[in-house]
Design a protein around this ligand. Structure first.
Ligand code: SAH
Length: 213
């Protein structure tokens, strides 16, 4: 597991591509410039790691496209020390981005093989989430709520109520909603029963599935 000057150079090019596509948050760009994305992918795909594309990981899942990771993360407006819940740990790449921003990260994965693989891998390269959980993200994580923000990294057919109720006041939920195509949706909790909703364009994700596997 090596990170070379070549990889660093390719990462800087990726950062430039993301800037040209409209990503502005300097902290998010710095995180993507720092994290060795090629290590999150199976070795056969290393040459593709710094293209702005989604890629297959284990268990028929994908590591999200860097632009999508950056876009969602920017919407979260993470501040150091924020408590952040991620649904869909997958490769752990998005988790690493959140950790670079100084968040306390809780992340749920429903696919056991991926959960095990990523639970071993992240600490090995120095990324320590508060908790990685094998479970069903539709339920959120009530015992650790409220969260400053929640990010869903799979396409949700509907907005799970528990996720809205586990947001702190002022908290932000970023969730792609829809069946075949998803609309990136941002909810900001304005009060106990008051949510502001913003729709921010179309994306394509693997589906958010019910229950663990
Ligand atoms: N954040 C990941 C993206 C992985 S793709 C990354 O950076 O690599 C989406 C992930 O969501 C998959 O790993 C999938 O298994 C997981 N997933 C799907 N439905 C889920 C659910 N109900 N709860 C938790 N994880 C879920």
């Amino acid at each position: 597991m090596k990170d070379t000057f070549k990889h660093k150079g390719m990462r800087q090019q990726l950062v430039e591509v993301l800037k040209s596509k409209g990503i502005k948050d300097q902290n998010v760009l710095a995180a993507i410039g720092k994290i060795p994305r090629h290590l999150f992918m199976d070795s056969g795909f290393i040459d593709h790691a710094y293209q702005d594309k989604a890629f297959p990981i284990a268990a028929d899942q994908t590591i999200s496209q860097p632009y999508t990771v950056a876009f969602q993360t920017e919407l979260l407006e993470v501040k150091r020390g924020d408590k952040v819940l991620e649904i869909g740990t997958g490769s752990g790449y998005q988790t690493a981005v959140l950790l670079e921003l100084g968040a306390k990260v809780y992340s749920i994965e429903r696919q056991q093989e991926l959960f095990k693989k990523t639970s071993k891998f992240l600490p090995k390269i120095g990324y320590r989430a508060k908790k990685l959980i094998f479970g069903d993200g539709y339920k959120g994580l009530p015992e650790e709520a409220p969260f400053n923000s929640i990010i869903v990294t799979a396409g949700a057919p509907f907005v799970p109520k528990p996720l809205l109720s586990q947001l702190a006041i002022g908290g932000r939920l970023v969730i792609p909603v829809g069946e075949d195509v998803q609309i990136m949706t941002l909810f900001i909790r304005k009060g106990p029963k008051e949510f502001e909703k913003h729709e921010l364009g179309e994306f394509r994700f693997v589906p958010l599935l019910e229950d663990k596997n």
